[in-house]
Design a protein around this ligand. Structure first.
Ligand code: ADP
Ligand code: ZN
Length: 441
């Protein structure tokens, strides 16, 4: 059996849409109990009973991160606090965190989606699952924890950091599955090596789950080679609970997005009109099974596309492509629009390039420049200067061909780029900081 709940995972599209319409009506009625939507729906004359086709979602207003911030903390709450049992907030990668409240039903429904997601990637109750991300307000800790428990695997709530301890836990308890942020796994592998250990030889690892931050196919491939097992992409955001929103199945060709729990749209971020399947745009999501704090047409700012066609696994929930970045990740340098993942894609195809890189935007002699620091693998870094010069030229040219502006490339020693505890910081913009007057070197 490859499904966690077959009756919901292989529904015909028609049956799935029927569930969506019913749940959308319910969601809107519930949302109307919140101060924010209550007022908005009255103003716009939105009547949930009139919804009988999924396309009618387009008649509803969008909700933005700014709306959540403007009505922070309780403006979207539909229930008395007595009924709420937990809150989570976003990591605040791109500004003030937002907060989401859950009642008992919400926590249970999320745990189920998470169990379904893990099962979909091949995790079973016989696994030993080490969750190497921060516990606390970040949703990756408890979100996975409840899902692992619902699925019935043995959970090790290891938390983030302390790689030596992580390795000890893995070896002592025979960990078979790890969940971690992709940017951390390169570091974990280096510690394995420093200890004279090899994850393929010295652990019982059989699969990896990676997510929570944008990463490229090249990054995934590197991780799979280091650990010698498949790495499955896990996508979620705190506004939609957290992890358990979309997940790869055994075919690793896009992420099934659970459409009985979420209504999914991809829109052009400028016009806000829907784009055709296969075309990139901003992911917009509506919760269909949340009571404490439903969200309607939430603009995630994540850029992806719907992958057309059926998946061989038989699941009928559509697949989204890996997130190429957030609309607010994009920066403009010398008139060119650049996403950090374009640069990662170039770098990680080059075998001499090590685990980490950092993009700095700075004003040098009156001109804005993009400086790309690139860690080089140890044996190369200690090699001769002519070889490094050649590598610098190669990286410079390849990045220029990709983003259409010439970077300043600096090769640096492995391990020298500062690491953050959580999600990797890929871009430092000192231009903006200088303008705001709050940059102190
Ligand atoms: P923050 O937005 O502050 O980082 P969250 O912890 O809620 O807060 O993170 C959700 C965001 O993380 C998503 O909107 C997306 O940008 C990113 N993300 C999560 N999972 C993935 C993934 N598998 N691939 C790419 N990006 C991801
Ligand atoms: Zn599939």
């Amino acid at each position: 059996m490859i499904y966690w709940e077959k009756e919901l995972e292989v529904l015909s599209r028609k049956e799935l849409e029927k569930i969506q319409v019913e749940r959308l009506r319910k969601t809107l009625s519930q949302a109307a109990h919140s101060p924010y939507y209550g007022e908005l729906f009255r103003k716009l004359h939105i009547t949930p009973e009139k919804i009988d086709r999924v396309e009618q979602i387009r008649e509803l207003p969008f909700t933005t991160k700014q709306d959540l911030r403007d009505h922070y903390p309780y403006g979207f709450l539909t229930l008395p606090k007595r009924d709420i049992i937990r809150l989570h907030s976003s990591s605040g990668t791109t500004g003030n965190p937002t907060v989401i409240f859950h009642n008992r039903h919400d926590i249970s429904s999320w745990a189920n989606l998470m169990a379904r997601s893990l099962f979909c990637a091949g995790v079973r109750d016989t696994d030993v699952f080490q969750n190497i991300v921060g516990y606390g307000l970040f949703t990756g800790g408890l979100g996975f924890q409840y899902g692992i428990e619902r699925l019935g695997a043995l959970s090790i709530p290891a938390g983030a950091g302390n790689s030596q301890r992580q390795i000890k836990l893995m070896r002592d308890y025979g960990t078979t599955v790890i969940h971690a942020i992709p940017s951390y796994l390169g570091r974990l592998y280096e510690v394995f090596q420093a200890e004279g250990l090899d994850p393929q030889r010295d652990t019982e690892l059989r699969l990896l789950v990676i997510g929570a931050e944008p990463h490229t196919e090249e990054q995934r491939r590197r991780i799979e080679e280091m650990f010698g097992v498949k790495a499955f992409n896990s996508f979620g955001l705190s506004e939609m609970n957290g992890p358990g929103v979309a997940f790869e199945c055994e075919y690793q060709s896009g992420l099934h997005i659970w459409e009985d729990a979420y209504m999914v749209e991809i829109v052009d971020p400028q016009t806000l009109h829907p784009v055709a399947d296969g075309e990139y745009g901003e992911l917009v999501m509506t919760t269909l099974d949340r009571e404490g704090m439903p969200l309607v047409r939430y603009r995630t700012r994540d850029i992806t596309r719907i992958l057309p066609g059926d998946c061989p696994c038989g699941r009928t929930h559509r697949r989204i492509d890996r997130i190429t970045g957030r609309s607010d990740d994009m920066f403009i340098i010398k008139g060119c629009n650049v996403y950090p993942m374009q640069i990662e894609g170039v770098l990680l195809k080059i075998p001499e390039v090590g685990a980490d890189y950092l993009i700095t935007l700075d004003t040098l002699n009156g001109s804005d420049e993009m400086i790309v620091e690139v860690e080089v693998k140890r044996d190369w870094f200690n090699g001769d200067v002519a070889r490094l010069d050649k590598l610098t030229r190669q990286i410079t040219n390849q990045i220029r061909d990709e983003v259409l502006t010439k970077p300043i490339v600096r090769l640096v020693e492995p391990g020298s780029i500062p690491k953050s505890e959580g999600k990797a910081v890929r871009v430092r913009d000192l231009r903006a900081a200088l303008k705001a007057g709050n940059y102190s070197a």
